[in-house]
Design a protein. Sequence first.
Length: 265
Amino acid sequence: MPPLRTALLQSSGRAGSVDGNLAALDEAAARAAAAGARLLVCPELFLTGYAIGDAVPELAEPADGPSARAVAGICVRHGLAIHYGYPERSGEAVFNAAQLIGPDGVPLANYRKTHLYGGFEEEWFTPGEQPVVQAELDGVRVGLLICYDVEFPENVRAHALAGTELLLVPTALMHPFTFVAESVVPVRAFESQLYIAYVNRAGSEGEFDFTGLSCLAGPDGTVRVRAGRGEELLVGEADPGLLAGSRAANPYIEDRRPGMYGSLV
């Protein structure tokens, strides 16, 4: 099976401007497709901005709302899948969500962040309750988490046990927590034997100062591509062949002893 060529869009877009961010996404998708990517991953809450405060209810949309239809059109126009963060409205609840739409414009998966971070998120969002959300893309099993979720090893291990090969993690990592991007994410990829596409925002937005440092971490613990601190489009490959070899050499999943772990829960 050929590698899944994956583009990582490190950008904060324009806070509060869904139309502006859709235009930026269209432009990035064109560049990603020209580089041969089949998947473009965007940061947490990319469609609206992160520091939008009490505009969250106003900007939230259903998973099948007008922005989702606009993203589907971008997918079809450029022939690649897009994974983007947005505030999802469902009834009276609003979730910090991320959706994956396929190259044919068909929605493949929608995930709601299960571990909310800080007072801003706890004030405006309801935590999701589904820990493992997956989809198939070009024969690769893709899983979805958001930001703080990846800092819990249980979340990543649950994906590994469910067969996830490439874990997509849009994020809004802030200073001073650069060690999460630099150290935690590559370790998570190694200890659970999968790829992690960790895609951050860049620059300052309201009270938040984002670290950048997006990366594609491999199951061998190496970082395949790494962004700096500014806006950037990276392209890397999630190689199922390398993943199979790494899992054979590092059999953490097979060597587990679940009967010993009851105290964890």
